[in-house]
Design a protein around this ligand. Sequence first.
Ligand SMILES: [Zn+2]
Length: 821
Amino acid sequence: MKLVHLISCLLAISALADDASFLVKDGRPLAEIIIAEKPTRAAGLGAEELQAYLEKITGARLEIVTAPTEGGTLRIYVGGSVHASEAGIDAEGLKRDAFRIVSGSNWLALLGNDKEFEPREPWARNNGQWAREKEAAWMKLAGKPWMNPVGRSLYRDYNKRLDIWNLDHRGSLNAVYSYLRSLGVRWYMPGELGEIVPRAKDIALPRVNRTVTPDWEIRSVSRPLISSNDREDALWYLRIGANEQYGILHHGQRHLTEHPGQRKAHPEYYAMMANGKRDNVSKTANACLSSEGFFQETVAFARLMFDHYEIPVISVMPHDGFNHCLCDRCRGQATVERGPSGISSDYVWGFVARVANELARTHPDRKVFCGAYSTYRLPPLKIDKLPGNVLVQITNGRPIREMDNAAHEEAARLRGMWRAKTEHPLSVTLNYTPFTNRGAFRPQYWPHVIDRGLKATVGETWREDVWLSSGKGGLHYPGVAHLNPWIISRLWWEVDQDVDELLDEYYRLFYGPAAAEMKAFIEFCEREYAGLGSDGELAGKALQLFERAKASAPAGDVYAERMALIDEFLPAFRSRAKQMNVPRPEGLPEYRLIDMSKDKWRDVRDTLTLDGRLDERFWTAYNHPRPLRHIHTQAAPKGRTRFMGRWHQDSLVFGIRCEFEPDDPPVIGAEKDNDPAIWQGEHLELLIETDRHSYYQIVVNPAGAIIDLDRGVALKQGRAYEWSSQAKVAAHVDEDFWSVEIQLPITGSDEDPLHRIVGSRPFESKAAALKSGKGSSLPWFFNLFRKRSGSDGVETSSFSPLGEEAESFHEPLRFGRIYVR
Ligand SMILES: [Zn+2]
């Protein structure tokens, strides 16, 4: 004790001989905050934040002045000013958001690069104003039916009350936050409950000379919004040091294809579907990248955006839900042999390179942007080096939730392949709790996955774009959701920190007496995340750990309040855990999918022709179809149905044959896709629960019409319909039967949860999966129903029987097992 006391006395004495070296002493202010006559936005807000937090810490309120008081006190320069320059300090040579913290004998300077953003008209001040007042000016400027991604949504990057643009550089504000952190302030979660403020009577003038440059230039998080109406949300965004890149950095082609005027005027710009028609109707209708007109408009649009809005970078990435155009010029550019992540790589990136080369002639200082995503995730083979003005982004370019080496090595391999194609660092987007909130019932904590990914990518990537599930303008369930972006942001600024030190401090400061228990809970959730969705025992253990943590903090104190916010998130998880612990009924059927990649099928696997007929050797070489039975009685139905299933090229293929009396053909409810009238006629329902998602519903009928839903999200507000299986369907109607072929693409990546079935190849058991060397997934669960609808009324049969009393198909616990062997 004596020694500690002695050291602290020595420190106080050596650093600070008298009152002149204290900013605050015994709760009295001994310094003033000096800003310029016209401070930058970052410096103005920085001075206010500094004043507010020094007062919270000490009770002393330092004045904010534009000229130092004569004869006086210590000076704290926030941002550049003539007075700071007189002391010999400025932000010269600092990169975006970088800052200096420097002190002299009687001053402290907190300043950085504060370059300010200037918006250009036309831009809307709010959501409604665009169509009402601004769009006309844009249409005149463009002269074409183009959407405007800048002017229309710029207001989301501006906070009116704080007068801060997201696109501002904020060095001086970051300097203030860094200084306050050095005093012990922590902003773990938005709002007062989320912050840690130490109490002190004295604050000494530090001896310091630091220059800090963030390790990532662009540090974007989707929530909270900087424009949030909640001041605390917006401030948290600033306090964690997030920012945004000016420009267009997402599915850029949508701005040329979405306008109804464009759809009408130029159907030839749109991708041709399997039925030979160009799709200019779907919400995310894609372009035909061989269309010369579309190419010319893409270039013209980019030039206008460069010149008028002065954006430095423009995306020419295809629209979401990509469909490779099947016109004569595009079809041959598909590279089917490269699998689902590379089918369209040369096709899409060839287009990007063409546009980039054209733009380089007129705008050599600007960049062209595209994402490695979906069927063009792998680098092109025909392009050795991308043009020098192309920037590449990889969706989920570092693992989101996987702790195993394989996932990290795989991501590194993909980044390496892309880095060989470009001189520039990469950009990555990361779907943390996908914005659609799918699967979001599990607690989401990935500090170690984040740490590993960031340490592996520092220097390789310049921009991270983190998607968090969205609450109104803030974090969705902030009690759980704050930890990932907080850890990410600390490492964005300084990647060489020890994540366990950051975490230990967090547990101690944020959860107090429950620190050890919360650490156990959070780290268990991180490690066992995959199993928390399917393994009742693991889910139960996680909940037990949380209960133990709650019991460690007395009710009513601040730590208990923070844990109560986690509790608010958990009801869905608790009920799922209960469900998982209900054993599946005995005796449900199993179905084994034929693995077409096996050598014995090599001569037949390529014979698949999607015409609905089931007569090719793909099906007939092993012809053991499985019958459906009456849903309750298990009796043979009048209208017989048989199905076969194959695992083929990362897709699940079903062939289904449905018989009927020749004089009683099926009633057709819908001729077109996505028409709910499909349920009014004869149809088949496929319900599929994968190891990753519960569950998908796909309905097809004799006309080959399809409607598909994600039953994992609420049916209300149409959210379930946002998902598309991207299935290929073909039906054939004969004299006394109709048959259908359905090819369902499967993806192991949840980069895009709105398209395709997400799941890993299903195995009979964990042991079989491990033995195969193809992963460690489990079986899937499946049911198939036929609703026979003729003049004779309705008859329903199924693969897996419903329970005696069950009325609904939607009983996932009664699905049969399905797996590949
Ligand atoms: Zn085409």
